[in-house]
Design a protein around this ligand. Structure first.
Ligand SMILES: [Fe+2]
Length: 282
């Protein structure tokens, strides 16, 4: 009688899932079991290492609450969030990137050109551009749900000094598809390091900084929405963003304001967005 091998065990577990009625769930569970078993077998994972992994995931879950999402942060630093956005991207649209853990639904709708945030949130900046579809047609009534951190690197949900929905707002494009809003020039900020994900970064000698950015979810009727960022071209972390979110096509100069620009802003960033009509997707 021959002893059971790791391969035998893996086959047995895969067999236990064979009756899964939902085909996609069967596909995903089978793949997950296969990769998970291969990871353990190839690395000869010890019981202690397995236990440390369980403890790490447990602590990650325990760090989560209604405003802190440590599992998304874990997904982000592993590059998984970025990969999911990439493999689900609609071809010719503006490149997507990570949603991140700080999105809050229900931000107030704001008038064109309105100022996000307070004077102490950073250097006054005008952000403007046009939203079109992939055929080049301007999209009126498109919405930009934008959010960013303050000059101290903190989002409103992390900082009791900031009022709710500070540096957050929904802007709507005009008949020509154009939008504009005033905000603070974004700064680099560290992702939260007071939880298990911070411990992981420390243990692997990785830094915790995100390249300076403004978040945007751009939507229009009849088009697929895009979750993306506007990155500041003048930033030292573009090549080593802690969550692997940077795409070259999303990097823009934040140029000093000059003649012809509104007198109340110090910088101007221009960013156009392209959405794919939903019917065009296969
Ligand atoms: Fe962010």
């Amino acid at each position: 009688m021959t002893a059971m091998t790791p391969d035998d065990l893996t086959r047995q577990v895969l067999g236990a899932f064979e009756g899964t009625p939902q085909p996609r769930l069967l596909e995903l569970m089978s793949s997950l079991v296969g990769h998970l078993h291969a990871f353990a077998a190839e690395n000869r994972l010890s019981p202690q290492e397995w236990r440390e992994g369980i403890d790490f995931l447990t602590a990650t879950g325990q760090k989560c609450d209604s405003e802190r999402q440590e599992f998304i942060l874990l997904s982000d630093v592993l590059g998984l969030s970025s990969l999911i956005e990439m493999i689900n991207a609609a071809g010719a649209a503006t490149e997507a990137t990570v949603l991140g853990p700080f999105y809050v639904a229900g931000a107030p709708r704001r008038a064109a050109g309105e100022q996000l945030g307070r004077p102490q949130d950073g250097e006054p900046t005008l952000v403007t551009g046009v939203v079109t579809d992939t055929r080049g047609r301007a999209l009126p009534e498109a919405t930009l749900d934008v959010w960013q951190s303050s000059a101290n690197g903190l989002y409103d949900t992390q900082d009791p000094e900031q009022p709710p929905f500070n540096l957050r707002g929904v802007f709507v494009t005009g008949p020509d598809g154009r939008y504009r809003f005033r905000t603070a020039r974004p700064v680099s900020y560290p992702i939260p390091t007071d939880g298990p994900v911070g411990g992981l970064l420390q243990a692997t000698a990785r830094h915790c900084w995100r390249a300076a950015h403004i978040h945007a979810i751009v939507s229009a009727a009849g088009c697929s929405p895009v979750t993306t960022h506007i990155f500041d071209a003048d930033n030292p972390y573009l090549d080593s963003d802690a969550v692997f979110g940077v795409r070259d096509s999303l990097v823009r100069p934040f140029r000093p304001a000059g003649p012809g620009d509104p007198p109340d802003v110090s910088f101007v960033a221009e960013m156009d967005f392209t959405l794919v009509p939903a019917a065009q997707e296969v």
